[in-house]
Design a protein around this ligand. Structure first.
Ligand SMILES: *[C@@H]1O[C@H](CO)[C@@H](O)[C@H](O)[C@H]1NC(C)=O
Ligand SMILES: *[C@@H]1O[C@H](CO)[C@@H](O)[C@H](O)[C@H]1NC(C)=O
Ligand SMILES: *[C@@H]1O[C@H](CO)[C@@H](O)[C@H](O)[C@H]1NC(C)=O
Length: 241
């Protein structure tokens, strides 16, 4: 293919691709979510057809010559509403509603406008708790240092990621800190001769929410100096096994 032809193909293909790139919509479990269709100017909609495409294709709602109706057998029956502006409302949204939707609009002259939506439904994260565990006996451990694990857990939230910050919010890296278990556990070594604040913050994040909790370990380390820390700080929720 010559460069001129290639340029022509790319130029004509890119607007089409952009027009059909799925629009990402975030939903929260238990709350309403709107899939807002964009009706082009001067496009006089006669019929509208909403489909859920994954995992199996289902009709969700249709509007034919101005009469809207939900389709009986869809998983959204009783939870979906086709508005007069042809947007689809799902209320309440459920985790299993995540997937691809397509809206097909037909105008009075038979032209078709198709829009694709990628709905992602998440459960919001709850405030996490941190548990502290002492390092197992380590004969090489220098006196005056405190070695421990911090385990962070949120009892609610889907598709979460965990991150840690040290005093002042700096990210933790290097020889004295390492993250384990996909970031849920932080292994840390603290120098007790440095009388500095040593609070650690765990943040749990997903696409719709974020929650943090902080813990101060210096005092615990001082008190246990020379001894083994076993289980320093009890949190108000049990750590899930
Ligand atoms: C359509 O109607 C719904 C419900 O009244 C509203 O939430 C939404 O903002 C309207 N506009 C679009 C573009 O969907
Ligand atoms: C969320 O996690 C589930 C289960 O691991 C997975 O099937 C889904 O694709 C994830 N969603 C996103 C948006 O990453
Ligand atoms: C790690 O801790 C030791 C003392 O225990 C300290 O001398 C050293 O600077 C620390 N390393 C980093 C990267 O903070």
């Amino acid at each position: 293919m010559g460069p001129i032809l290639l340029t022509l193909v790319l130029h004509s293909a890119i607007p089409a691709l952009l027009a059909h790139a799925p629009l990402r919509v975030l939903g929260i479990e238990g709350q309403p979510v709107f899939l807002k269709v964009n009706v082009p100017p001067d496009f006089l909609v006669r019929d509208a057809l909403w489909r859920f495409l994954t995992p199996a294709e289902e009709l969700v709602a249709i509007s034919f010559k101005g009469t809207a109706q939900n389709v009986y057998q869809s998983r959204f029956y009783g939870r979906s509403r086709l508005h007069t502006n042809f947007s689809l409302e799902i209320s309440p949204a459920a985790l299993g509603d995540s997937g691809i939707f397509s809206a097909l609009l037909v105008n009075t002259t038979g032209e078709i406008e198709k829009q694709i939506f990628h709905l992602e439904v998440y459960d919001v994260v709850s405030t996490p708790t941190i548990h502290v565990f002492g390092e197992e006996s380590n004969p090489n451990r220098k006196s005056g240092s405190c070695e421990f694990f911090l385990a962070c857990a949120a009892s609610r939230g889907t598709n979460v990621t965990y991150s840690w910050a040290g005093p002042g919010g700096e990210t933790l890296a290097g020889e004295n800190h390492s993250a384990l278990e996909n970031g849920q556990v932080l292994r840390a070594k603290l120098d007790l001769s440095e009388k500095m604040a040593s609070n650690y913050t765990c943040t749990v994040t997903n696409a719709v929410s974020a929650k943090s909790v902080s813990i101060e370990v210096q005092e615990q380390c001082q008190r246990q100096s020379g001894k083994q820390i076993s289980y320093v700080v009890a949190a108000n929720e049990p750590f899930p096994a």
